[in-house]
Design a protein around this ligand. Sequence first.
Ligand code: ADP
Ligand code: MG
Length: 253
Amino acid sequence: MSVQPLIDISQLKKAFGQNVVLKDITLQLEKGKVLAMIGPSGSGKSTLLRCINLLSVPDGGAIRVGEQTIEFKGAHTRLPPERTLARFRASTGMVFQHFNLFPHMTALQNVMEGPVTVLKTPKAQAEAEARALLAKVGLLERAGYYPDKLSGGQKQRVAIARALAMKPAVMLFDEATSALDPELVGEVLNVIKGLAAEGMTMILVTHEIAFAREVADQVIFMRDGVVAESGPPSVVIDNPQQESTRAFLGRFK
Ligand code: ADP
Ligand code: MG
């Protein structure tokens, strides 16, 4: 029996001026699965995540997340009304390399902000849920701290809790550990691993190749705006078909 994928991206295109950054990207991801995206700098990984989250609007193709589909037709794209768009965005929780926490809010306020302002969750409920999420990422005792009093690893864990607070269908991580001191990488990877074990659907852009092998069900290798290789980690990471993929991965050995 084939399962309808949770995420279905077809022929996605994106250019910045003459620079065609995504060339007909097609991929599917089933609910509860983890997709790791690897590849050289400039290959379009961040742009693809930003398109899925609609931080960038694609020029062509279509994205379906759950029941919601948006088709992109360049200048003729008819984006759904703002409220539908906000709901679409909220279904994809994004975690950035540089955390992007609100500096003037405590950890707890950062996590509560989206539910209260976007989802209109009553404050008491939003606070209870935010505390539960901070507990999940191991930071309940830091609830009242401002970002500048947190380590990079703690900030990133707050950012993960904040994204989870919107109850997204899929979590998108763009090099979530690249800005961290090496000794802080593990605590963030452990949180991501825990989410995978709970069945969270995730797309991870990462240079942590060993981690990708361990946690991903599916790996895609991006090169020059195309999915150059796609398959399970045992193929794409351990036995890539293309010489340039082997050369790239060789740098991490
Ligand atoms: P990766 O995340 O794989 O390093 P990116 O998606 O960030 O790659 O970038 C892919 C290409 O798109 C690069 O050539 C980059 O310069 C270009 N690009 C990304 N964002 C923008 C933007 N906002 N405006 C213009 N060019 C961009
Ligand atoms: Mg990037």
